[in-house]
Design a protein around this ligand. Structure first.
Ligand SMILES: Cc1cc2nc3c(=O)[nH]c(=O)nc-3n(C[C@H](O)[C@H](O)[C@H](O)COP(=O)(O)OP(=O)(O)OC[C@H]3O[C@@H](n4cnc5c(N)ncnc54)[C@H](O)[C@@H]3O)c2cc1C
Length: 298
């Protein structure tokens, strides 16, 4: 049996380099101001999917919701071993909170059709909420296994995994299809030189149209031929809009987001702020009170 594994990955701003321009006045992230990287734990999720492919036979499909530039993380996934990619992109998705993001991803999974496993990273380093995976499982009506480190067994319509917990580890089993969130720990394989040579030409339809425009090609028929040619060579990255995945307009983007990110800033602790606390109940109690007072806690 060959399994179908959907992996959702996110292109994130490199939050190690937050600058003043990081936020737009409407509270959304100014992606152009920050270098974009592959969300680290999504590399672990992709690696787990590729290990399932090596061990049990599987087709690995990688999807991302983001601006056109997010196609970069899809090409990086193809270079590592993914078989097919989906870019979910539409201005209507912009400014989404986790509720709207997980809804959009659920529409994408439903449009893709039949799958046995959905993998997500535990969390993204920008929003840091770890909410999208569990929310997506709910929207797809799937059992979920969170903080997965290792797959022990896969077969007979079920999966058995191992995860670390305080003071030890747990072994859990779930029926397929299932959603799993993956934590760091495995060693994502590097991009493969041969695959880079093959898949560096992988394009979305919009990227191809842009390449044509840059080369002053205006022939729509020629563009259509090229799209078909790329598809025939498995180099076409699917590009789906909100309409193409039947997403309800009031459930996506800013419109579908009850949570609004007001502002973000770098917190840089300077040496001067260090403070010694008496190792007594009163000392600790005083510190906790202070942290609650200045909203560091609670
Ligand atoms: C500083 C900051 C704070 C925020 N705080 C909140 C908040 O409190 N509540 C809220 O609802 N929103 C918040 N957001 C918005 C939130 O970042 C977005 O909704 C985002 O798309 C998903 O949330 P996350 O980044 O926390 O992802 P997480 O829930 O941490 O992501 C978990 C996994 O879901 C998958 N995933 C997440 N986003 C995508 C995507 N676009 N495409 C494909 N797979 C994806 C990946 O596998 C990822 O590893 C915040 C954003 C920022 C920048």
């Amino acid at each position: 049996m060959s399994y179908t594994v959907l992996v959702f990955v996110k292109q994130v701003p490199d939050t190690q380099n937050i600058t003043g321009e990081a936020m737009k006045p409407d509270g959304t992230v100014n992606r152009a101001a920050l270098p974009a990287i592959f969300n680290p734990e999504d590399l672990n999720a992709l690696e787990l999917a590729l290990q399932l492919k090596d061990r049990f036979g599987a087709k690995v499909i990688v999807g991302t919701m983001g601006p056109p530039a997010a196609a970069e993380v899809l090409r990086a996934s193809l270079y590592r071993g993914a078989d097919e990619c989906i870019l979910l992109t539409d201005r209507a998705f912009a400014g989404a909170d986790t509720l709207a993001t997980s809804y959009a991803l659920s529409c994408c999974a439903k449009k893709y059709g039949k799958f046995d496993l959905v993998l997500c990273g535990r969390q993204a380093i920008d929003g840091d909420t770890a909410q999208v995976g569990p929310q997506l499982a709910e929207k797809l009506g799937l059992p979920q296994l969170a903080y997965v480190e290792e797959v022990l067994e896969l077969g007979g319509g079920k999966i058995r995994i191992k995860r670390t917990i305080e003071g030890g580890y747990e072994v859990l089993e779930a029926p397929l299809p299932v959603l799993m969130t993956v934590i760091e720990g495995n060693h994502p394989r590097p991009m493969n030189a041969f695959r880079i040579m093959k898949y560096k030409r992988a394009r979305t339809k919009s990227e191809l149209a842009r390449d044509h425009a840059d080369a002053n090609y205006t022939d729509a028929e020629f563009l259509a031929e090229e799209v078909e040619n790329l598809a025939g060579r498995n180099l076409l990255i699917h590009e789906w809009s909100a309409g193409e995945v039947n997403a309800a307009p009031d459930r996506i983007g800013l419109a579908g987001s009850p949570t609004k990110v007001k502002t973000i800033q770098s917190v840089v602790l300077t040496g001067g702020e260090a403070k010694s606390v008496e190792p007594t109940d009163a000392g600790i109690g005083g510190l906790i009170h202070e942290l609650i007072e200045d909203h560091t806690l609670g």
